[in-house]
Design a protein around this ligand. Structure first.
Ligand code: PEP
Ligand code: MG
Length: 305
């Protein structure tokens, strides 16, 4: 179990809650003011601190996952930011910003154990374009004799096209991270932040479960690890289902780790697998939820407490 962190003030929580390093560092605060990015030096210091806090298990830094509403030119607002110039698309369009971030990560990796994850890739083409920039920067730093280190490169699997081509993507990266928050949003076409449609945001929708299962299988066949880092991982009953689907690496808000650990230690993986198989055969989210309520009555009762 690893920690999801967003701010340096949270780094101490990694040890306080017994996390095995940082599974997801949401780096966006470094770009929090529109058009402004912290310098290469400040970023380097932040990533170094992160690596120190994460210790032997290391930390995974996500490249900026900003949407169309944040960027060098705030006048260019998009009509549909979630489907717009977000995450890896933003980085590929603003290569200066991407290069600065990548350089800072590669430099900090010389001082501690860091990996890098590329958010919201749609397919292998996105992966190759992003990796080319990372390779270029590593070459450049090496040529300049700047202390740096190669890093493992993973991708967030969180849009349906990435799920559907997961086998192909798996052969080009070192690991997957399953971003279930966005995976639900994009699989079901439900805006994750819109209360009007929150009843359609169904984490246990069969289509979401297929997507997760398929991603885990693709990674297993390719021999690469998967870290599940969306909210699903930090909800005990969902975490049990993830384990049933074969997930062994979960990353979550640090404060949730003790509870999820306690719950999972009571559950046999084979039993969870049997329940998951029933869930995968269900036709609707209601049916899956009913099944889960029957199979895990105690966990479901305590979900809202
Ligand atoms: C996710 O989409 O599940 C995820 C972990 O990333 P974020 O919530 O930051 O989009
Ligand atoms: Mg996401």
């Amino acid at each position: 179990m690893r920690a999801n962190v967003e701010l340096p003030t949270e780094f101490h929580a990694v040890n306080n809650f017994g996390a095995c390093g940082v599974g997801l560092f949401r780096s966006e605060f470094l770009l929090s003011r529109p058009g402004l990015m912290t310098s290469d030096v400040e970023q380097y210091e932040t990533y170094k601190l992160l690596a120190e806090a994460a210790g032997e298990y290391g930390a995974i830094v996500r490249l900026f996952d900003v949407g169309g509403e944040v960027g060098p030119d705030v006048k260019e607002r998009e009509r549909n930011p979630a489907l717009g110039l977000r995450a890896v698309r933003f980085s590929l369009r603003h290569k200066d910003i991407m290069r600065t971030q990548v350089r800072a990560i590669l430099r900090a990796a010389a001082a501690g154990r860091l990996s890098l994850v590329i958010p919201m890739v749609a397919d292998v083409a996105d992966v190759r374009m992003a990796k080319r920039v990372i390779d270029d920067e590593l070459e450049r730093l090496t040529a300049e004799n700047v202390p740096c280190s190669a890093v493992q490169i993973g991708v967030m699997i969180e849009v349906p096209s990435a799920v559907l081509t997961a086998e192909k993507i798996a052969s080009e990266v070192d690991f997957f991270e399953l971003g279930t928050n966005d995976l639900v949003q994009y699989t079901l076409a439900v805006d994750r932040g819109n209360d009007q449609v929150s009843e359609w945001f169904r984490t246990l929708h069969p289509a979401v479960l297929y997507g997760i299962n398929r991603t885990l299988e693709a990674a297993k066949n390719a021999g690469i690890p998967v870290i599940v880092c969306g909210e699903m991982a930090s909800t005990p009953v969902y975490a049990a289902l993830l384990v049933g689907m074969g997930a062994i690496d979960l990353s979550m808000t640090p404060a949730m780790i003790p509870r999820v650990r306690a719950v999972l230690s009571q559950i046999k993986a084979d039993d969870a697998r049997a329940i998951v198989l029933k869930c995968l055969a269900a036709a609707t989210a209601d049916e899956v939820e009913e099944l889960v309520r029957n199979e895990f009555p105690d966990l479901c009762r305590s979900r809202n407490s």
